[in-house]
Design a protein around this ligand. Sequence first.
Ligand SMILES: [Zn+2]
Length: 266
Amino acid sequence: MKYAVLFVVALSAWAQAPRTREIDELNWMEFKQLVPQRIQTVLVPTGTVEAHGVTHNGTDNTIPTAVARRIAPELNALVAPVLNYGITGSLEAFAGGITISPEAYKAFTRDLLRGLAKNGFKNLIVVNGHGGNTEALTQVLEEVGREMRVRTLIVNWWSYCGDLTLKVFGEDGGHAGWNETAMVQATHPQLVRKELYNENLASPRAIPGSWTAFPFPSSIILYQPKQGMVRFDEAKAKEYFSSCSDKIRDLSKDVIAKWNLAGLYQ
Ligand SMILES: [Zn+2]
């Protein structure tokens, strides 16, 4: 009887959700119990510090962190601390912008991902919040995947959720446009400074080969002229955040299931 009770207690402790899914908030003993025995997946939010219309300069950090936190329980994943500096491009000149050189960024992210792999994670999923990082991250994820025999995935949320932008807002979005601002409005409404907004803060994006400008003249960069102007609709913002998160969760689940099915780097 005693053993049966002990067994049930042990089993329920095993089945219990971890105290927190934030790597930053776990101690080493807790981490040791979780990874890799119970948890093999880590979500790594990446962003940068740059101007975003009327939301905060850390918008690209806030969004992937919020998405990762939301989907971590359903993926049985932990969330790594956000990598909150990145490769800022043509918006660096706006006040507060900071950029890391691609060489330094790649070297740093390579070591970061290697460190996660060494700690026992098998599935390294980068939820990226900033387009300037994409090329470097894609290269590094492939390198680390091969070298450490781990499975890697990068999701650029604004691009992967482009269909949802059209569905929810009825038009295309933009950098710091309605869609990106909505992701902040849904999760951190106090960081959206609606009263500072006017449509002159926006410009359509440069068409490669047609024109480019450095610095880019606006931090709200519309993917299509006259589409994606910010309208601050709270219900749409919430719908967009939750449907984007669900879509990224489903992709991650599917990719992990197919990695398992194919027996890749198990
Ligand atoms: Zn952004």
